[in-house]
Design a protein around this ligand. Structure first.
Ligand code: ADP
Length: 328
């Protein structure tokens, strides 16, 4: 059976981008068609300035949201990365497989380190080594497929390179995985800055719809989305990125392609209004289930404990084999 691994970082509240670009596909497709593992990858949240209590709270909230979104522990494995030591154990071996040059070429490293330096913060070494840990997350489970948004495909490419290199040098140990992407909304853009993606750790929340935003807050954010000074609703990501983003979000919420939807509107206001309503309706059941699950912490704890045990059982033999192969 196909093995799938994917994860979400608890660096902020989960966004509409995380949901449309990743989580919804995990729920609707991946958990049904494969042996799938979904992780709240909390070790990755330590690569940037963080507050310990906040990370713990956000991890918990993210795990609860994954269950609220419809991940079913009877169908897939849901767990928190730091509960399974094998991730950190394998990460070191992959740091010893990767080169400094290839890690420095990662676009996310370049962008995030430049941002940190510009705001006077130091850059943690783990921001550079992050893709080795992500490769460990994936390779520890002999993963075949990694469903991710566009922003992560470069890291999955690197994971493939590391797996191939390790296998060639030390003997066949890892399955070489591949990235898969959702058909629409692979990249939801920030509503206030449609040239950058809607990312949960961005400073300003005005262009970001969080999954737990109140309906009115979400509506307002979408109604205030930046478009352009023109009038015509057309799907043109280059010339009209703000409008194209709204069309993609609306398409992802229902039926019809962004192009087809564009033909149905003659004003930006109407497009925004329908997009806002579609998003609010899409998120309503998720928010309701989140509230119910948050009121039952014992259940969530039980799911995460069982998930970690299952994940550990899969990862340990692979990581042990990698240690032997590399000469330890
Ligand atoms: P973030 O950038 O919000 O911190 P993560 O690194 O936790 O996101 O990624 C979780 C998943 O959500 C990944 O599969 C990623 O590709 C996807 N994702 C994140 N932001 C977006 C976005 N704006 N549009 C589409 N998918 C996204």
């Amino acid at each position: 059976m196909t093995r799938i691994f994917s994860g979400v970082k608890p660096t902020g509240h989960l966004t509409l981008g995380n949901y449309l670009g990743a989580v919804r596909g995990w729920v609707e497709v991946d958990q049904h068609r494969a042996d799938a593992l979904f992780s709240v990858v909390d070790l990755h949240a330590l690569t940037v300035e963080h507050d310990p209590a906040r990370v713990r709270r956000l991890s918990r909230q993210a795990a609860t949201l994954l269950l609220a979104a419809g991940l079913d522990p009877a169908l897939c494995t849901v767990f928190v990365q730091s509960h399974v030591d094998e991730h950190a154990r394998l990460s070191y071996l992959l740091e010893c497989t990767a080169t400094d040059g290839e890690l420095r070429r990662m676009i996310q490293y370049k962008e995030k380190s430049a941002r940190a330096l510009a705001s006077g913060e130091s850059v943690r070494f783990s921001l550079l080594s992050y893709p080795a840990l992500m490769a460990a997350d994936i390779l520890a489970y002999r993963t075949d497929e990694v469903p991710v948004g566009d922003d992560q495909t470069q890291h999955v490419e690197l994971t493939r390179d590391l797996a191939v290199r390790f296998n060639q040098r030390y003997g066949h140990t890892f399955v070489v995985p591949r990235a898969t992407r959702p058909p629409v909304a692979a990249r939801v853009m920030d509503l206030q800055d449609p040239m950058s993606k809607m990312g949960k750790s961005h400073e300003s929340g005005a262009g970001i719809v969080y999954l737990l935003d109140d309906a009115d807050v979400a509506r307002k954010k979408i109604m205030r989305a930046v478009t352009d000074s023109g009038q015509e609703v057309a799907y043109d990501p280059e010339a009209k990125p703000g409008v194209a983003n709204l069309l993609e979000i609306l398409a992802a919420c229902g039926t019809g392609s962004p192009d087809e939807l564009a033909g149905m509107y003659d004003s930006y206001g109407a497009l925004k209004k329908d997009t806002a309503e579609a998003v609010v309706e899409l998120l309503r059941p998720l928010r309701e289930r989140h509230a119910a699950l948050a009121a039952d912490p014992g259940y969530v704890d039980g799911v995460l404990k069982e998930g970690a045990e299952r994940a550990r059982g899969m990862a340990r033999p692979v990581v042990d084999a990698a240690y032997r192969a590399i000469g330890l």
